[in-house]
Design a protein. Structure first.
Ligand SMILES: Nc1ncnc2c1ncn2[C@@H]1O[C@H](COP(=O)(O)OP(=O)(O)OP(=O)(O)O)[C@@H](O)[C@H]1O
Length: 307
């Protein structure tokens, strides 16, 4: 849906984005991650054409990115922008008018969303009286009213309670399943794991890693397995393998590969131990994020070419 090729951006002679390539396909939730000041918001502003790059090219749906494409984009910036004196209904109608949408179309489209976000009761309230999370949900509805093909969300979950977060996740996945490309910047790694199909990790304007969540996690596996047994393992077994930790009959063991894992299992079973659980642990996105940023390691092939 949108591609960045060799994009650079500087402010006052300071390079904020080094040549950056991104490729966000339709029907994908793309997580733009990175520590504070990494260049995420700058990238989102470039994607929504609020600012223009110093160099490089942007393509929207295969065409050179131009002003006329902007109406196919929905952008929810981190700093929220609603008219505080307007009621929720008037705000929605105002945005609809700006987008040239018919009132009936808007009513049909918003009914489901107002219900999903539990907003029916605040329709006549002025925005200034809404809580932070509630106004955020209103702004989200305003952002998707015109059915954008590309949806750009900067920290969409900040300030939302767990129920509202779940409703937003549900709607994001619904849009994705209908072919929308969604780029979201977030510091919430738990949400990255549940909703992102692909992630890109930026640090100081440089892409450190890009890939599908499943592939990224597979790449960073450490070969640690969790084992739960019905009784204590014999000393001979404990001496034969590298056990990382033990808590009663729960063990963490380091094994080189699947082959060593099956030999290990056979060893245990032949000792008449009953295995209640045996799984390879996967690092969390949080672990991976911290690891890459601390070591400042750039991962190129094969992770950059996974999708
Ligand atoms: N208009 C601007 N003028 C000068 N410097 C800017 C401007 N906008 C951003 N920067 C600088 O660019 C760098 C990247 O900022 P950006 O807001 O893109 O980071 P971010 O990854 O979104 O950070 P955060 O997670 O803290 O929101 C920062 O050092 C910031 O100070």
């Amino acid at each position: 849906m949108i591609q960045l090729e060799g994009i650079t951006k500087s402010y006052n002679g300071r390079s904020i984005l080094k040549p950056l390539n991104l490729d966000v396909p339709a029907g994908c939730v793309y997580g733009l991650l990175g520590p504070n000041g990494a260049g995420k918001t700058t990238t989102l502003r470039l994607l929504s054409r609020i600012i223009l790059p110093d160099a490089g090219a942007i393509y929207f749906n295969g065409e050179k990115y131009q002003e006329r494409h902007v109406k196919q984009i929905g952008y929810m910036p981190e700093e929220r922008g609603l008219y505080k004196e307007m009621s929720v209904q008037d705000q929605i109608n105002y945005i609809a008018d700006l987008q040239g949408l018919k009132r009936r179309e808007v009513t049909n489209r918003t009914a489901r969303l107002l219900n999903l976000f539990n907003l029916e009761g605040v329709l006549n309230q002025p925005i200034k009286r809404l809580s932070k999370g509630t106004s955020q949900k209103v702004q989200f509805i305003c952002t998707i009213l015109h059915q954008p093909k590309l949806l750009i969300l900067d920290e969409p979950f900040s300030g939302l309670d767990p129920v509202s977060s779940q409703a937003l996740e549900k709607e994001i996945l619904h849009l994705r399943d209908n072919g929308v490309a969604i780029i979201l910047s977030t510091h919430r790694m738990d949400q990255v794991e549940t909703i992102c199909d692909k992630v890109c990790l930026l640090n100081q304007g440089v892409k450190m890693l890009e890939g599908k969540i499943s592939e990224v996690k597979a790449h960073f596996k450490t070969g640690t397995y969790e084992l739960t047994t019905n009784r204590t393992l014999d000393d001979s077994l404990l001496a034969k393998y590298i056990f990382v930790s033990r808590d009663k009959n729960n063990y963490r063991v380091s094994l080189q590969d699947n082959k060593e894992a099956s030999v290990f299992l056979q060893d245990i079973l032949s000792d008449n131990v009953s295995v209640q659980r045996f799984v390879e642990t996967s690092p969390t996105m949080n672990d991976i994020f911290i690891n890459i940023i601390k070591n400042n390691t750039i991962f190129s092939h094969p992770l950059n070419n996974l999708v």
